[in-house]
Design a protein around this ligand. Sequence first.
Ligand code: FES
Length: 64
Amino acid sequence: MYVCLCNAVSDTAIRNAVKTLQPKTFHELKNAIPIANKCGKCACKARLIMEDELQHSVMYKNIA
Ligand code: FES
């Protein structure tokens, strides 16, 4: 599903970027992939996806 229509960035692309880059802030994620840089309507959803993926990443780290 596309989250950012302006840049055609999907939720999967955001999740993959978060898994790979482990951004500490939404600003870091925005610097890595083209989201929320035009109309900005995707910012809230993209931030929620980032936070959800980071929580899961922490869970994986705790298991390992
Ligand atoms: S929908 Fe993401 S910048 Fe417009």
